[in-house]
Design a protein around this ligand. Structure first.
Ligand SMILES: Nc1ncnc2c1ncn2[C@@H]1O[C@H](COP(=O)(O)OP(=O)(O)OP(=O)(O)O)[C@@H](O)[C@H]1O
Length: 587
């Protein structure tokens, strides 16, 4: 067993035994830390992992709490029987709200969650049958196998068992194909170009976070045996956000640490301040606010990174020594037309950025797309990758039209790309970044991943990712964080990630930009090797030396129009190219 697992097992055991030795008020505090921790695990997934901020998590606790109150008090169900129904009801509400809100971006998303957080709170207080702001009382205690959880110490064990299960499942999830896709969500263009269905996955993460909040709401309802709106308002949602920010949104442990620190500060202030200021004033909130601001100032990324330094390190994700193959795409014969662009036009208002451009790429060749600044190269690249729709014209991949298709659909059709400004997940390892490329070649979903039933497929994906890293010469860096690589290596990593998707066509957007001379030479050698292995490549590039010595053919554009096409030698001597692009200088 690794040191990390031993530590975690010890922690769980200590928590389970805590009620035997701790006084009741500590057990209550620990129970609340666990309940809040459950909500915060969801919030870490939502905020830290998927990049969405929610001011509405407490409302989800409330939906489950009210649902179980209605079923148990109103209908006489047992709490255990009401658990799946309460959680499912919350998930349905989350699905509906999520579908509406997660498409919003930035501030709009935050305000959207705030709006429904407030709305749900007032619904709890005003809907008939929910007992108004006094709520519903007399909820039964949870009973499992004839054991009634009336003793707070038993509830404590139950709550922390739920926390341990949630932590294990969330950690499994993050360590999987879906988890990597979730971690790629903040870089939406990158994620879509890797075949990740970002909108659907966002709603899924939103629902997962709501389900964790629902379990906490259900536990809390049957712990305190009364349900009213006050713990489910926006204030409580803000508290949850504070907890995860204090703990650190980037790691699951931050959820529990933040919950514990939050509870400790609140309890300390409640106990200490009256001694300092007397009982006349209520200074807790003011002191609490100041403390939180100070904490956030001193621990930018939350407290978890500090704790991580002293905790045993998790073992880095490694590829297995061998694994079965992933599905491969069928390939056309070398020399056949792979991509055909026919009369592509892109207008921005009155400006024609791409004007009736036609060319084709044949299987197994390297084609360079060049032109002076503002010639329309990037726009053409955007048309090929689906980032922008063409105003007119046709783009076909192996005869099938892809103009107007989404970046995800184009990725699915076998077109992989790199970005002019490198897009990686810097905090993920080099291996995991490369594995993101193989997303479309796996199929394990959320539940399979959370239950760790995806290991055979995961081994194949990681093996493939490592194979591509070895292929491009980055194999030895697999366990490093991608953000620690030099820029040139990051560009190469993007190529390895693209190759992991088993592409029919590799599109490279200014791959030599920002590289030093020796890095360019290495990149050039790599692209030649890939071509020799049968990979078809289109590259947009500014660096004439780099392009001229590498490509089989060139397409030259100027003012959005194709002015030349042919081998580097023929293009080099073309008077129109010399005139337009090279300004009379020899290439
Ligand atoms: N979204 C947009 N809205 C309006 N005009 C645009 C847009 N994108 C590009 N253009 C214009 O289209 C023309 C072609 O731009 P594009 O970026 O495709 O050229 P480029 O060849 O890639 O240039 P560079 O080499 O400088 O990157 C330019 O005049 C540019 O200002």
């Amino acid at each position: 067993m690794s040191a990390r697992r031993l530590f975690l097992a010890g922690l769980v055991l200590a928590l389970a035994l805590a009620p035997l030795v701790l006084p009741p008020q500590f057990v209550t505090a620990l129970t609340y830390i666990g309940l809040n921790g459950l909500v915060c695990i969801g919030l870490v997934l939502l905020t830290g992992v998927a990049g969405m901020t929610s001011f509405g998590q407490a409302a989800f606790c409330g939906v489950a709490a009210y649902a179980t109150a209605l079923l148990t008090v109103g209908q006489g169900w047992s709490p255990l029987a009401s658990l799946p129904v309460s959680v499912a009801a919350t998930a349905l509400v989350a699905l509906a709200l999520g579908a509406l809100t997660v498409r919003l971006a930035g501030h709009y998303l935050v305000l959207g969650t705030l709006a429904w957080g407030m709305a749900v709170f007032f619904l709890f207080g005003n809907l008939p049958g929910l007992g108004g702001f006094n709520g519903i009382t007399g909820l039964p205690a949870i009973a499992i196998g004839g054991v009634a959880f009336t003793d707070p110490r038993l509830v404590h064990v139950l709550v922390w068992a739920a926390v341990a299960l949630a932590m294990a499942m969330a950690s499994n999830l993050l360590d999987s194909r879906v988890g990597r896709a979730m971690r790629s969500l903040p870089a939406e263009i990158m994620a879509e170009s890797l075949g990740v269905p970002t909108a659907r996955l966002r709603v899924a993460v939103f629902c997962i976070a709501a389900i964790l909040a629902a379990v906490a709401g259900w536990l809390q309802a049957h712990y305190v045996r009364v349900v009213n709106p006050s713990p489910f308002g926006v204030n409580a949602s803000v508290d949850y956000l504070f907890m995860v920010v204090i703990g650190g949104t980037g790691q699951l442990g931050g959820a529990l640490l933040g919950s514990a620190v939050f509870e400790a500060i609140r309890t300390a202030l409640r106990d200490v301040l009256p001694h300092l200021f007397g009982r006349s004033g209520s200074y807790e909130m003011a002191a609490f606010g100041i403390l939180v601001v100070l904490l956030l100032n001193t621990t930018g990324g939350g407290m978890m990174p500090y704790l991580s330094r002293i905790l045993p390190k998790p073992a880095p994700v490694r590829a297995p020594g061998s694994a079965g193959p992933l599905p491969r795409r069928e390939r056309a014969q070398p020399g056949q037309a792979l991509l055909e662009v026919r009369g592509a036009v892109k207008r921005f208002g009155g400006l024609v950025a791409v004007n009736e451009v036609s060319f084709e790429i044949r299987t197994g060749e390297i084609l360079g797309l060049i032109g002076p600044n503002g010639a329309g190269k990037s726009t053409l690249f955007d048309l090929l990758t689906g980032v922008q729709p063409a105003t007119a014209g046709e783009i076909r991949l192996e005869g099938r039209r892809i103009d107007g298709a989404s970046p995800r659909a184009i990725a699915g059709a076998g077109v992989a790309r790199t970005f002019q400004h490198v897009l990686l997940r810097p905090e993920m390892s080099v291996l995991e970044n490369a594995a993101l490329g193989a997303h479309g070649r796996g199929e394990a979903g959320i539940l399979r991943s959370a239950l760790r039933l995806d290991r055979a497929e995961e081994a194949r994906i990681l093996f493939e990712a490592q194979r591509q890293l070895d292929r491009v010469g980055l194999g030895e860096f697999a366990a490093q964080a991608a953000g620690h690589l030099a820029l040139g290596q990051q560009r190469i990593l993007e190529i390895a990630r693209a190759l992991a998707s088993d592409p029919k066509l590799l599109l490279l957007d200014e791959p030599a930009a920002g590289l030093r001379h020796h890095e360019k030479a290495r990149l050039s050698a790599l692209l030649r090797e890939l071509r020799d292995e049968g990979v078809t490549i289109l590259l947009v590039e500014h660096d004439m030396d780099f392009v001229m010595n590498l490509v089989d053919r060139l397409v030259v554009v100027d003012f959005g129009t194709k002015i030349a096409e042919g081998t580097p030698a023929s293009v080099r001597g073309d008077p129109r190219v010399i005139e337009a692009y090279l300004g009379g200088a020899e290439a």
